[in-house]
Design a protein around this ligand. Structure first.
Ligand code: IPD
Length: 253
């Protein structure tokens, strides 16, 4: 997984250099970026399929390709933070998870701009560039830095978000909307953020990140109350000290 992610990142990083130039063109970089996204997905699918030909593969762009062993499935987002990438904002990542029998057993998130590779495999802890990472120890909400998503246009979370926002914003030290859910979760895992939540995100945005948070000693859950890494869900993550209080704060109302 790590090898595939690093190989796919090379092309995306090269194309990211072009995107900056395209900001001034009339047509803008949209077509160029979706082609870059598709190329990265192709590399990931090709490499992972070669390594495990019988596993299923679920990708953001291509949907589900059933393998002979459907209970083993790679979940891939070739470019998380597409809107950032499109606007030449250097905050995006590739995210790949392996789900086996309904449980995520390995995950890898790579930010090529900062050369930060986050990886976890179930029961063996979480790592950034081979260094063990752990969630923060911030125990009071009024000292916590919290990541989130923000509703735009027809976003379904528009109804639940304002209440959650008010309750959280009233209590915490700071809120951030950074634009790449996989990195938000990786940042909770390594203690840069103390907590994070977002309404209605897709499995490829959160599957690897939730495992990272758990393996780093934090709490990560779908607010739907179950643990189905293959469905859209509202995801919360927090360090161990804040986990329950933060979850209660989101669930009220
Ligand atoms: C998006 C990012 C963003 C989140 C959106 C996702 P994409 O993923 O993770 O932070 O707010 O809900 O769709 O579309 O760039 O892969």
């Amino acid at each position: 997984m790590v090898r595939a992610v690093v190989r796919a990142a090379r092309g995306l990083a090269r194309d990211f250099g072009e995107v900056e130039q395209l900001q001034w063109s009339v047509k803008g970089p949209a077509d160029f970026v979706s082609a870059a996204d598709r190329r990265a997905e192709q590399i990931l699918v090709q490499d992972l399929h070669r390594a495990r030909p019988d596993f299923s593969i679920l990708t953001e762009e291509g949907g589900l390709r059933e393998g002979r062993f459907p209970e083993h499935r790679f979940i891939i987002d070739p470019l998380d933070g597409t809107t950032n990438y499109l606007h030449a904002m250097p905050h995006w990542a590739i995210s790949v998870a392996l789900e086996q029998h309904g449980e995520v057993t390995a995950g890898c998130i790579y930010d090529p701009v900062r050369n930060e590779l986050f990886a976890a495999d179930k029961g063996n802890g979480a790592y950034m560039n081979d260094q063990r990472i752990r969630v923060s120890r911030t125990a009071e909400l009024d000292r916590a830095l919290v990541g989130c998503g923000l509703p735009v246009r027809d976003w379904k979370g528009r109804k639940s978000f304002p209440g959650q926002y008010e309750r959280v914003a009233d209590q915490v030290a700071g809120l951030r909307r950074m634009g790449a859910a996989s990195l938000d979760l990786a940042y909770v895992a390594c203690g840069r953020l103390d907590a994070y939540w977002e309404y209605g995100i897709k499995p490829w945005d959160y599957a690897a990140g939730m495992l990272l948070v758990r393996e780093a000693g934090g709490k990560a859950a779908r607010l739907e109350g179950d643990d189905r890494p293959w469905e859209e869900g509202t995801v919360m993550a927090a360090n161990a000290a804040l986990g329950d209080a933060f979850r209660d704060l989101l669930a009220v109302g």
